[in-house]
Write a protein that binds this ligand. Sequence first.
Ligand code: COA
Length: 299
Amino acid sequence: MGIQKPKGAATLETEGREEDPRSIQMVEMAVGGSTVDVVDDPYSDRVRCDHPATRDEAQLAEALRGVADELGRHRVVTFVDESLRDGLEDAGFEVEGVMPGFYRGASDCVVMGWADEPDRIRPADPEGAALTDRVLRAKSDTPGLHAVVDTEQAAVSDASDIAEILGETFEAYPTPSSDPEYVANQIEDGVPFRVIREGDDLVACASADLVRDARTAELTDCATRPTHRGRGLMQTILNDLMDDLRRADFPTAFTLARASVPGINVAFQRLGFEYRGRMARSCRIGSGLEDMNIWSRWL
Ligand SMILES: CC(C)(COP(=O)(O)OP(=O)(O)OC[C@H]1O[C@@H](n2cnc3c(N)ncnc32)[C@H](O)[C@@H]1OP(=O)(O)O)[C@@H](O)C(=O)NCCC(=O)NCCS
């Protein structure tokens, strides 16, 4: 769910964008002698820049604001190595979260944000997030007791069922995950998906979107059929995905969870993830631009 992987690099030219409103475009920028990739994400009215390979924070900040302005986007999100934190703060970016050991277990990732006006970065649903926080506190010392169920690693033949459950679960979603071909391509690309079936029915799924260079993964695409919620199915799937990542020698995993949905935050807390911060009004999911909680853990 994090962000759709661009099919290829493009320039600021936006002609030829596909019909899907979630189509994203890669923009290449020269920053301090390095090339930095930026994703134009009109669906969530933002540009996102993951892991820029530059040491020139002032130029990076200026370039990101410039490209957002040129594309008509009002928010910037960037995931950077901890070494860029101070310089970006000096240039007006705010720290939204910090994930320890994100880069190959060796250095932290700082999630930093900027918006061209305060309303664009104002929490979308503070009451909903506060309710989630209360649920998390109340559940923090209680055991989660659920029956053991088997999960299956998904094959390409599961793609249409996965696309169907994701399409039915989310009114809006940042990636075209209700498209069976998109899901099939991800599975073919080696993205681990796990599912639970009851008979022939797929009742829950999630995936681990690999950030291969950093040797970490975003646990995402979490959906359980309404009839099957609250039985620990998502926790079982996520637990097995974590084992998949351990087998691949990944030192950490993370997730971006909807701040106003208690269940998904409880599931990650139960699995030993730690709350790392919140990205206000970051991503279009569910019914609109939502606040996303950042969680991560060592594996
Ligand atoms: C979020 C979701 C995937 C959780 O799936 P699930 O299979 O029900 O999850 P689990 O049962 O493993 O864990 C959920 C936990 O939250 C608890 N929970 C859920 N809603 C809750 C609420 N409103 N208040 C308190 N606890 C709640 C459940 O009881 C369970 O805790 P437990 O271990 O104490 O029993 C499912 O609700 C869903 O598909 N929601 C819609 C899609 C969505 O928002 N996905 C997340 C995108 S970031």
